[in-house]
Design a protein around this ligand. Structure first.
Ligand code: 5GP
Length: 412
């Protein structure tokens, strides 16, 4: 399940991605959707975190996570609070804000300089989610007269956490995360993510009124995608496979309406013009397309749907339905791919040669997908697909470092 992070901060994204990956959540930055943070018009951290999360969810159609944080100083009756980032004025730098805070506290004695950082995280499943998940963290300390340290950000150089001799700006990042308001809020959120029905594959039940999940599976020709999908459907009978339309001639083993709906070019083009396809593409000289209506109807009824399409179609589906989960299947080596393509009796030598060339091109699109499954041995690859469908595919995210050597070989 994808969650958009309503923040432009790459550091936060990395931290969140690590903490939430074990829960099957994949964090995407709001910048991937060209979004910026909306004005923080709330008067509490909760209000601001929620309004940011709902805003991003409204614009992306995806679950969204936002945080709001700041520092409350007792001698200033809780200020700067929600205004921490703009205490010295709109667009003020960290240094300007800190300077103003120290000036305001100049006459305040040591014992009265108590303060606390607070962070609220809000996770919404949709813009109107009536039950958002909120998690909070608090980090108490006091404000020094002279700032120390260069780490962290905001008021960290002047914030001396209770029980420590170093300011927040003098702590190593890992140490700060273990103690800080944000680290606490993150761990509280991670602990409770499993409680939210509708997030992750495990929590949703058919008939619950929630829409189904859409899985998009692509692969270069010869990666073994079709056999894997067939076995996946046997393992997970709740999944339904969308039957595509194509202008390709029917093979002797195929039945119209089972493998494909075989149609003429004219009928295909008419459907394109009428907007009946969720996606369509030209593959190996023929047209292929996914009819929109049956997919939308099945998803609305709560059924999970699988599309077995090429990378061009996958790209269109991701744009139209960003909540879809896309999977790319790779062969274990270039040699294995060639062998599999040659071994297929149904196509001519010319077709095979062309498919080899096209497979190499197709594979360059691997990183547009959420997950990558390597079909080295059939059963483990099938198990990987089952994990993804069950919302436990975090070890198969496309960006995992273990894929690097294989990709270097396949794309060389
Ligand atoms: P084949 O003709 O061998 O069954 O399929 C050729 C390619 O077309 C495969 O990569 C398959 O995934 C892709 N394909 C099949 N149906 C669709 C579809 O509806 N849309 C798109 N974009 N590609 C499809």
């Amino acid at each position: 399940m994808k969650v958009v992070l309503a923040s432009g901060n790459p550091g936060k994204l990395r931290e969140l991605a690590q903490l939430l990956a074990p829960h099957g959540l994949r964090m995407l930055p709001q910048s991937a959707f060209g979004l910026e943070t909306p004005p923080e018009t709330g008067t509490t951290f909760r209000e601001n975190a929620l309004l940011k999360a709902r805003h991003v969810s409204r614009l992306t159609g995806l679950p969204a996570l936002a945080d709001d944080s700041g520092i409350e100083v007792d001698a200033l009756q809780g200020r700067p609070g929600v205004y921490s980032a703009r205490y010295a004025g709109e667009g003020a730098s960290d240094a300007e804000n800190l300077r103003k805070l120290l000036a305001d506290l100049q006459s305040v004695p040591e014992e009265a300089r108590t303060a606390r950082y607070r962070c609220v995280l809000a996770l919404v499943r949709g813009a109107q989610d009536p039950e958002p998940l909120l998690a909070e963290g608090t980090w108490s300390g006091r404000i020094l007269r002279v700032p120390r340290g260069t780490g962290g950000f905001g008021y960290d150089p002047a914030f001396l956490p209770d029980g420590l001799e170093h300011t927040a700006a003098e702590l190593a990042a890992a140490q700060k995360n273990a103690l800080s308001h944000r680290g606490q809020a993150l761990r509280a959120l991670a602990d409770r993510v499993g409680e939210l029905p509708g997030l992750g594959g495990g929590g949703r039940r058919r008939g619950s009124g929630e829409p189904g999940r859409l899985f998009v599976l692509a692969a270069p020709s010869g990666a073994g995608k079709t056999s894997l999908v067939r076995a996946l459907l046997e393992r997970k009978p709740s999944l339904s496979l969308s039957v595509s339309h194509t202008t390709r001639p029917q093979r002797p083993t195929e039945t119209n309406g089972r493998e494909y709906h075989f149609v003429g070019s004219e009928a295909f083009e008419r459907s394109v013009a009428e907007g009946r396809f969720l996606e369509h593409a030209r593959v190996f000289g023929n047209y292929y397309g996914t009819a929109r209506e049956p997919v939308e109807r099945q998803l609305a009824s709560g059924a999970d749907v699988v599309l077995e399409i090429d990378w061009q179609g996958a790209r269109q589906v991701r744009a139209a339905m960003p909540a879809c989960e896309s999977i790319f299947v790779l062969p274990p080596s270039r040699a294995a791919l060639e062998q599999r393509l040659r071994g297929r009796a149904t196509d001519s030598a010319e077709v095979i040669a062309r498919r080899l060339r096209e497979a190499a091109g197709d594979m360059t699109h691997w990183n547009e997908f959420d997950y990558v499954v390597v079909n080295d041995q059939f059963e483990p690859a099938l198990e990987d697909l089952v994990h993804i469908v069950e919302g436990r595919g975090e070890a198969l995210f496309a960006g995992r470092p273990a894929l690097a050597p294989l990709l270097a070989q396949l794309l060389a």
